[in-house]
Design a protein around this ligand. Sequence first.
Ligand code: FES
Length: 282
Amino acid sequence: MPILNRLEEARALDGVSDKLQSVVTAAVRPQRLRDVLHGTWLGHPLHPVLVQLPIGAFLSTAILDLLPGGRKAATTLVTAGVAAAVPAIAAGWLDWSQLTRDRRRVGLVHAGANAIAVGLYASSLVARLRGKTSTGKALGFAGLTVAGAGAYLGGHLSFAQGAATNHAAPDLDRLPEEWTEVCSLASVPERRTVVRLVGDVPVLLYRIGDRVSALVERCGHETGPLGEGEVTGEGWNACVVCPWHGSTFRLSDGAVMHGPAANNQPLIPVRVDRGRIEIRQP
Ligand code: FES
């Protein structure tokens, strides 16, 4: 859609976007809180899960508002929706702060629309509590309309721009289906990461003795080069830290230990045959 293409390229938003990115990064410092909000513990981003609660509450409110009776239930739902929006907004802003600039432009308008929507619902709640039901309903319908526009932009962010998707997964499909030689075992130094190309897919190898693990080298968060990342920890608990945004993956199995990535880094089947390292698709 041309308007969305123009939004992706709207450099005029970058000044505000960069300032807000600094504010969000400074506001959410503790790693544990960042991991909770990114959804690292969940295995995929938390924000899309949390938004179901306010959206469900607001949609249900709209249905009740169109039917006779149900005034108290509608007020309860608006209260629940506004309260549930708070953690969804926090998770969304943190995810947004780790995106590329073109995605942050769209994300900024997405967040702005949703902030207006929640403001309209908060006003709707005040009106309902003061007995001004008609005003409360009108503000609710206005909020739902704006939230719909925000959701549309959120869909564009996820499905057209690939925000919060696992960018490493497609590399797995481009690996050979049959066992394919990568290099000799002897050419891989122990307890360090090395990168070898299989076709055009970079593969991250880590070796201790005769045992080798292989991960997709492009970080699942935003395709950062894990081969340039620092290795922390010891033995098979060692992890690689992405040099771009700090996502941390265990080298033995690709498990994500710290975000912003919320998905495990894809593990590639690997074997050692007569001193040669071979890999294939899972
Ligand atoms: S690209 Fe963002 S953490 Fe790796």
